[in-house]
Design a protein around this ligand. Sequence first.
Ligand code: AZA
Length: 301
Amino acid sequence: MSLSFARYGKDNIRLYKVDKDEKTGTQTVVEMTICILLEGDIDTSYTAADNSVVVATDTQKQTCYILAKQNPITPPELFASIVGTHFVETYSHIHAAHVKIIQHRWTRMTIDGRPHPHSFFRDGEEIRVVESVTRENQGISLRSKIEKLLVLKSTGSAFYGFHRDAYTQLPETWDRILSTEIEASWKWKTFSTLAEVKSVVPRFDEAWNAAREITLKTFATDNSASVQNTMYKMCEQILAAVPLVEAVDYSLPNKHYFEIDLSWHKGLKNTGKDATVFAPQSNPNGLIECTVTRKGPKAKL
Ligand code: AZA
């Protein structure tokens, strides 16, 4: 028998940091959930009860708090790189650190038409996610994500011309409701050091804003032929907007809204162009995924 895979760490580390601007009295808050998983020369902790190689998961959590106190925690791409680099550089037997950060939304309240200095609300379930791997002598790989952004358009979407055979019941449509929960991610070029990540810090928020805007604008304005074609257009634009990104991925559930034939009730018209009342479906749902990779030379700093 041999141990063929080993990785361990602390999941669901919850972290909140406030920045207090003493001059203006304005406070800014960030809340995150973090997962740290370490790899290295740790096999004997599994196979021989050798705890001397174990950086305890509680130590990992405490480290996270200390690094959060000593460093900026936004953008999350930077903080993930700081945490990952810490573990790989501090412990000679730790060779890789996987750090995932989920940033939760706290949006500043507007009260009496003015931004409130210290009150926030959760404007939806959308999260910003970063998945990082810092590997000894191999640099830092980063993937940024938008997740749980629920969108719907009530027209401007069609689906026709698809393959038909003896198993096909779905009618073609030139006007349908389109709804999905956006999961979009973009893979950055590999950064060789933490210093290199630091040198491009503004690019991370810019990319997140661009990806979000492109996603929403394309969803709203594209006269969609299919989820497949609309998501491809999103990928192309993100690659064009963010030169340091090598690949863009989307994973989009097609959240169906079914027409309801109500003609059985006094001839009530509720299908085709008369459809106004629909039945939202929970499952099953379509699930459409793709990765679009940049052609030509890899992104350079
Ligand atoms: N893509 C769509 O946009 N809509 C669909 C599909 C599909 O592959 N299949 N059923 N409906």
